[in-house]
Structures are given as structure tokens and as C-alpha cells.
Write a protein that binds this ligand. Structure first.
Ligand code: HEC
Length: 188
């Protein structure tokens, strides 16, 4: 049974790791772990909670830098998944939702430094970052400020009603930037 549970957990992790996950308009993935639950649940380690942003390396190795940026966005997507699941839940887990919202705010605060010169399409390295990030920086920064503002309000929500009222604007500020500055290359 342990092996089965591990396999189910691994499958969930893989599904979440796929690029582009976590935006609010996408339907939530079914949870495969539920099918594998034993009649008498054994104590199972809860999946590690998503974290805030990892420190970025110096952009000396451009490929490594862009990989680290990619991984940070994936972790941001995992936090968004927690928020989305709680938004859809009848009774949100406010502790988990607030922790995820605090993380999203931390990503928003860090993200502005993740696009040094040479880490866009001119690098020749596959990424979803569009060249206009470097040519229309004011619009990019405004989209970033929007996420900072909305995720800050979400992190400050103290009850389920306030959380649910503020979630759509937060998700909308992800999409607002992606629509202009991210080119989705992979299957979603
Ligand atoms: C200010 C702009 C901006 C905002 C706001 C923003 N993103 Fe992104 N996002 C990007 C860019 C640019 C990329 C492509 C990065 C790359 O490929 O290097 C990206 C990529 C991603 C990826 C894919 C990872 C990858 O590298 O393929 C995910 C997942 C993601 N964002 C989630 C989110 C979520 C969730 C939010 C809101 C909580 C959000 N983003 C807000 C600009 C933004």
C-alpha cells in the first residue's frame, strides 16, 4: 500500500510540475491519491507545502539562470494551485490559503529582478519569456505591481469571504502579465 500511495503522490507531483499549471481559469486536476486511500488510513506524510521563491543564481551561466527562473515559476504555480483549490472549497483552509498568498506576494516582490539582459529569446535558450519584457519594461513593471497589490490584499484576508472575494483579482493579475509577456510554447 505504501508503494501505491507513493506512486500516486509521485503522479500528482509530476502533474503539478508541468509548466503552465496553476492559473485560476484552468479546472483543478483530479486527485489520484484519493482512490488509493486505505480503509484504515495509515499515517501518511502530507505533501510538502509549496514554498516562496528560491534565491536566483548570478546570471553568469545563462542556461542555469533561466532554468532557475523556470523552477521558481513552477513553484509559484504550485502556490496558485493551493489558492485555487481553497477558492473552490466550500470551507477554505485559511491557514493554508494565507500561507500560499504570502508566498505569492513574495514571488511578486522577487520577480522584477529575474529578467536581466541576455535571458530572453536572444539567448537562444527555450523559454516563454517574450522579447517585449526588455523593450516595454514599464508595462511589465506595471503588471508586476498589479500582482504585488492584489496578492498583498489576498494575504491580508482574514476570513473565507474576504479570501474568496479577492482571489479572482489575484489570478487575473497573473493572466494580465502572461497575455502580453509570456508565450506559451508547451501543451497545457
Ligand atoms: C509581470 C509578469 C508576470 C506575472 C505578474 C506573472 N507571471 Fe508567470 N510568467 C511570466 C513570464 C515572463 C513567464 C515565462 C518565464 C520563462 O519562460 O522564463 C512566466 C511563466 C510562468 C509559468 C511557467 C513556468 C515556465 O517557465 O514555463 C507559470 C506556472 C507561471 N508563470 C505562473 C504564474 C502565476 C500563478 C502568476 C500569478 C500568481 C504569475 N505567473 C504571474 C510573467 C509573469
Amino acid at each position: 500500500m505504501k508503494a501505491m500511495l507513493f506512486a500516486a503522490a509521485a503522479a500528482t507531483t509530476l502533474a503539478l510540475a508541468a509548466c503552465g499549471g496553476g492559473e485560476p481559469e484552468k479546472p483543478a486536476e483530479p486527485a489520484p491519491a484519493a482512490d488509493a486511500a486505505p480503509a484504515t488510513p495509515e499515517p501518511v506524510a502530507v505533501a510538502a507545502a509549496p514554498t516562496g521563491p528560491a534565491a536566483m543564481p548570478e546570471p553568469t551561466d545563462i542556461a542555469a539562470y533561466m532554468k532557475a527562473r523556470h523552477e521558481n515559476y513552477e513553484m509559484l504555480g504550485k502556490n496558485m494551485k493551493v489558492l485555487q483549490d481553497n477558492f473552490q472549497a466550500e470551507t477554505p483552509d485559511m491557514a493554508a490559503a494565507t500561507a500560499a498568498a504570502v508566498n505569492v506576494k513574495a514571488f511578486a516582490d522577487a520577480m522584477g529582478a529575474w529578467f536581466p539582459a541576455g535571458t530572453g529569446p536572444d539567448s537562444g535558450i527555450e523559454s516563454e519569456a517574450k522579447a517585449n519584457i526588455w523593450t516595454d519594461r514599464a508595462t511589465f513593471d506595471a503588471a508586476l505591481t498589479k500582482l504585488q497589490t492584489e496578492s498583498g490584499k489576498l494575504a491580508a484576508a482574514t476570513d473565507a469571504a474576504a479570501f474568496k472575494a479577492q482571489f479572482p483579482a489575484t489570478g487575473g493579475s497573473c493572466k494580465n502579465c502572461h497575455d502580453t509577456f509570456r508565450e506559451e510554447k508547451k501543451d497545457q
